[in-house]
Design a protein around this ligand. Structure first.
Ligand SMILES: *Cc1c(COP(=O)(O)O)cnc(C)c1O
Length: 438
């Protein structure tokens, strides 16, 4: 079976038709799985908070000649010949990144967010040094000192808590008083802020004040919120952060990759060495080229509209879910995501089960641990729901309210297939109104 016969016109619109046709002749097996994936993305609502739909320009820059070359080193200082256009591409990505984030230095080579963080640790820390962060199960990231990550095995993580007391107005927020107390007690080398599942604004200024008090470096990992920061929908990590790390593929809507930023020349030098040759080999120049394209898109005024719509959409969805009786950690959201705490809805229901029901209805979310989680990360007591990808497709507040009622119906139906099928059809209908970027 060929790609053309297995998919509908909408899916083919979403990926370059010529690309699929070329692949179809060359390798029909791969062509058909790509076409199926384009179709799946077109037919479902993507609510995974860390995902997005890139523009055709970003997608095509990745699939280009720029994958063919080794460009170890940095612009103007390469190990191999023939790098003239690679220097141009990387310098353009650097120039656009520094303009976008309002800082002096950028390293655009990290293969991923995890690699960006690893390079920062390698640049600044010795094994056994103390790092302060939020624990994974409260919304932190694996690379922030989890025992299964090199960051937890080689460094000494100290975790600061959220406010767990539900009677407090700041329930579910970072406990800033505890941050200060723990920092004074443990004197970390690095204080990390920035999270994978946190729905409130980060007070970078307050973190910096604590860092200064104890002589720590403030590293802001804005992997999730980078697009909101540059789009004016979340406060900027600069000038408060010593170093900023991020992914480029979440709200920033670029290719899958990492980025490290700073205003400090000495730190920048140490970071460059730690990325290459410290922790990586040849840079992914096709991805760096696509990063330049994505940064160019994010510099346009339309991106500000996009970033604000992400937040408006998340708020509309959060309000709908809460008005249907669902519980969100911190009782709402300031950014692109929310964490639904299922323990109060149904103590028997796991995040795993909820995500499976929703997937059957064409709504893609991920199971997620919630504050003071007692279940394993494979089961969990919550789901994380985010608006960036749906916003890229053009959904607005009213559409998100409708999505909220879909989620509510599926969860309340407790696996009833008739309800799931009914919602699945309505999801298809909604998706048909909002084609993927093409
Ligand atoms: C996603 C994420 C990362 C890691 O990104 P990868 O590209 O998956 O390695 C790092 N930090 C935070 C806070 C994240 O959310």
């Amino acid at each position: 079976m060929t790609a053309q016969t297995t998919t509908s016109a909408t899916a083919l619109d979403t990926l370059s038709e010529s690309l699929l046709r070329l692949l179809d002749e060359h390798d029909p097996e791969v062509a058909s799985l790509l076409a199926d994936e384009a179709q799946r993305q077109a037919d479902t609502i993507e609510l995974i908070a860390s995902e997005n739909h890139v523009s055709p320009a970003v997608m095509h820059a990745m699939g280009s000649w720029m994958t063919n070359k080794y460009a170890e080193g940095y612009p103007g200082k390469r190990y191999y010949s023939g790098c003239v256009n690679y220097d141009r591409a990387e310098q353009l990505a650097i120039d656009r990144a520094t303009k976008l984030f309002g800082c002096k230095f950028a390293n655009v080579q990290p293969h991923s967010g995890a690699n960006a963080n690893l390079a920062v640790y390698f640049a600044l820390l010795e094994p056994g040094d103390t790092l302060m962060s939020v624990v994974l199960s409260d919304g932190g990231h694996l690379t922030h000192g989890s025992p299964v990550s090199i960051s937890g095995k080689w460094l000494k993580p100290v975790h600061y808590p959220l406010v767990y007391d539900e009677s407090r107005a700041d329930y579910g927020y970072i406990d800033y008083d505890a941050v200060e107390k723990l920092a004074l007690q443990h004197k970390p080398k690095i204080i990390l802020c920035g999270y994978s599942a946190y729905s409130r604004v980060i007070d970078f200024e307050r973190f910096r004040a604590v860092a200064d008090k104890v002589g720590a470096l403030l590293v802001s990992d804005i992997a999730h919120i980078a697009g909101l920061c540059v789009g004016g929908a979340h406060p900027d990590p600069f000038p408060h952060s010593h170093i900023v790390t991020t992914t480029t593929h979440k709200t920033l809507r670029g290719p899958r990759g990492g980025l490290i930023l700073t205003n400090d020349e000495e730190l920048a030098k140490a970071i460059n060495k730690a990325v290459f040759p410290g922790t990586q080999g040849g840079p992914l120049m096709h991805i760096i080229t696509a990063k330049a394209v994505a940064f160019g898109e994010a510099l346009k005024p339309e991106f500000k509209t996009y970033a604000k719509q992400i937040v408006a959409n998340a708020k509309a969805l959060a309000e709908t879910l809460m008005s249907c009786g669902h519980h969100l950690l911190s009782n709402g959201t300031d950014n692109h995501l929310m964490l639904m705490d299922l323990r109060k809805f149904d103590p028997e229901l796991t995040g795993k089960q909820a995500a499976l029901w929703l997937e059957s209805a064409g709504i893609i979310v991920n199971k997620n641990t919630v504050a003071q989680e007692e279940r394993s990360p494979f089961q969990t007591s919550g789901i994380r729901i985010g608006s960036p990808a749906a916003t890229t497709r053009g959904l607005k507040e009213d559409d998100m309210r409708r999505v909220g009622t879909f989620i509510d119906r599926v969860l309340k139906a407790k696996g009833d297939e008739a309800v799931i099928n009914e919602v699945r059809e309505e999801v298809r209908e909604l998706c048909a109104q909002f084609p993927l970027p093409h």
